[in-house]
Design a protein around this ligand. Structure first.
Ligand code: ATP
Length: 596
């Protein structure tokens, strides 16, 4: 199998009427491609049917040797070749039809999943780990893919071969059939169980190898830390211990594989010997006609035995696929945010007056902790309002609430006098921009990253935004200028450069409300000056909420809110706040001043 590791990791689901019904929904995503699956099934029946004729004809052919009947032998051989040709044609169509159906169905499921996932509220993402979600999704989809293309088909084929094979066997000799059925399926199933055990063991080896790779990855990525602490020997010891563990597990696994090989040779081939021996005694006693029949019998027995062995494994695969389907549907059933299904052309333009009235909030994942308590403040059109306070006071939470990432517990948040929950989400967020602390650029060109704020922006607009954001100089410094690739596979920009791209993005969007999350890691003074200048331009003519870490940058703010443990404890301009004896702002301010 192409992806054994993924499949091994997936849990199995119980197969019952409910889960089957749920899994059946999968087919609705096949839409107008479903006919391909049905025709594929028909080809599958035909392939299995023709496969059953094979042992019978081989038996008859062998008998021609005894009867010295060359004409009959030629005729039978031609028939066999005919059957092989038919089988290859049927198999080709079956497989290509199944793959065609599966890929189209998967594309529809992937799109439906992604469209739903990206519209889910922040509450969902704050409770789930995104990386885990992502890998879960890809392994679930891979399992469904394997099942639709091969597992179901194989399962049906094996099933037909078992039923058909036993019927043909019984026609040849009931006695021999009973004898065969008492050994071969048992051995086959035992082989499967044994095989599964071995695979579990090899997974254990793989997991330990993965753990050792984590050590390599972590230490190489953090190589400067390792060196700075002169911890090379410590890491070598850690890695060496893991490697010894791998060897131990792998050798043990190797032993089991050895047992398995001996078991197969002894039992599986032994059971064939037993069947042939019993068949020969039947021929001698006259209960069976001749050697041709015995050969057909042995071939049918091999079919049945192999199918018994295969079907147990396939059943487990189907269980996993049903589990995977259930998880995929769970995600599809999650309630998305109320975002229009068609892209909105024009958002309502807002003025940008912000007001928080007695807002109380706790995160859905940690209901018991009150993050904001009775927060009230207002920011008039064009004002700059700064939020300051110790780490964890709730500053970023206020910006998340303004963006309506979460429902609030009580109170009201108003924009232009209207409750934010009465706005359409696109109108609300369409009028806001955030310049975050740590700007994440998407893989693509600088142009695309700036245009993220307004996908239909013209060349001039992008150029102007970059210029106003003080980004033009460094962009023009790259040989490919605006086409320079950034992000994971592109060039790495400095913190200050990334901030200026984010500012250009925000300028393009031209929002009524701007949220600035000031970078904590201080930029060098040249870069800071450029960013600060760009920010001043960006803040002009709109309401700005500034989450400030360095008090020096907010001296000119119209209003500073000092937040502590979720409540606003001081409010005023820089000078007013400095007047408060023993005030938190005054304290923070003198701390920062003495540090700098
Ligand atoms: P900093 O200056 O360090 O960025 P902050 O003032 O912006 O801090 P917030 O990020 O608003 O503080 O966090 C306020 C409180 O809410 C903290 O106690 C934090 O642990 C908690 N918190 C933040 N985000 C979440 C979340 N997604 N789920 C649960 N709790 C959260």
């Amino acid at each position: 199998m192409a992806r054994p590791k993924i499949e091994n990791d997936l849990p199995k689901a119980k197969i019952n009427a409910y889960s089957l019904k749920k899994a059946w929904q999968l087919f609705s995503y096949g839409k107008n491609h479903r006919w391909k699956f049905y025709i594929g099934l028909l080809f599958l029946l035909l392939t299995s049917g023709t496969a059953l004729a094979f042992p019978k004809l081989i038996g008859l052919l062998v008998d021609c040797a005894k009867n010295k009947d060359l004409v009959q032998a030629n005729y039978l051989s031609l028939m066999l070749v005919g059957i092989l040709i038919l089988q290859s044609v049927f198999s080709f169509f079956r497989l290509s039809l199944f793959i065609n159906f599966t890929e189209n169905t998967l594309a529809n499921i992937r799109l439906a999943l992604y469209s739903n996932l990206i519209k889910l509220p922040m509450t969902f993402f704050s409770q789930k780990r995104v990386g885990e979600l992502n890998s879960r999704l890809s392994s679930d989809i891979a399992q469904i893919q394997d099942t639709l293309t091969t597992t179901i088909a194989e399962f049906l084929r094996q099933f037909i071969l078992i039923i058909g094979g036993v019927v043909f066997l019984a026609v040849i000799s009931i006695k021999l059939t009973l004898m065969m059925l008492s050994i071969v399926p048992l051995v086959a199933v035992a082989a499967v169980i044994f095989g599964r055990f071995i695979r579990k063991y090899s997974k254990k080896t793989q997991d330990t190898i993965a753990e050792s790779q984590v050590i390599v990855e972590e230490t190489l990525q953090g190589i400067s830390n390792v060196k700075a602490f002169a911890n090379e020997w410590y890491e070598i010891a850690r890695y060496s211990a893991k490697i010894k563990e791998i060897v131990k597990i792998a050798i043990k696994g190797g032993q089991y594989r050895g047992y398995f090989a001996s078991f197969i040779i002894l039992c599986l081939f032994g059971s064939i010997v037993a069947v042939v021996w019993f068949g020969v005694t039947l021929i001698i006693s006259g209960d069976m006609k001749d050697v041709g029949q015995l050969i057909s019998f042995v071939l049918y027995s091999i079919f049945v035995g192999a199918s018994f062995g295969g079907i147990a494994e396939l059943y487990a695969q189907i269980q996993k696929a049903i589990g995977a389907t259930e998880r995929v549907f769970e995600l599809l059933d999650e309630q998305p945010e109320n975002i229009n299904s068609i892209q909105k052309q024009q958002t309502q333009k807002l003025k940008g007056e912000v007001e928080f009235k007695n807002v109380a909030f706790s995160y859905p994942s940690r209901k018991e902790i009150q993050v904001l308590d009775n927060v009230s403040f207002s920011a008039g059109f064009g004002q700059k309002v700064a939020l300051v306070g110790p780490s964890g006071a709730g500053k970023s939470t206020i910006s998340s609430l303004l963006l309506r990432f979460y429902d609030i517990d009580s109170g009201e948040i108003l924009i232009d006098g209207k409750n934010i929950f009465d706005y359409e989400l696109e109108d609300l967020r369409g009028n806001m921009s955030i310049v975050p602390q740590d700007v994440i650029l998407f893989g693509g060109s600088i142009r695309e990253n700036i245009a993220y704020g307004k996908p239909d922006a013209t060349e001039e607009e992008i150029f102007l935004a970059a210029k106003q954001a003080n980004a033009l100089n460094f962009i023009n410094g790259f040989p490919e200028k605006f086409e320079t690739l950034v992000g994971e596979r592109g060039i790495k920009l400095s913190g200050g450069q990334r901030q200026r791209i984010a500012i250009a993005r925000a300028l393009l969007k031209n929002p009524a409300i701007l949220i600035l999350d000031e970078a904590t890691s201080s930029l060098d003074s040249e870069s800071e000056k450029l960013v600060q200048e760009a920010l001043e331009i960006l803040m002009e003519g709109r309401t700005s909420i500034i989450i400030a870490h360095r008090l020096s940058t907010i001296r000119k703010a119209d209003k500073i809110l000092v937040l502590d443990k979720g409540t606003i404890i001081e409010e005023g301009t820089h000078n007013e706040l400095l007047e408060i004896e023993n005030g938190l702002y005054k304290n923070l301010s003198s701390l920062q001043f003495s540090n700098s």
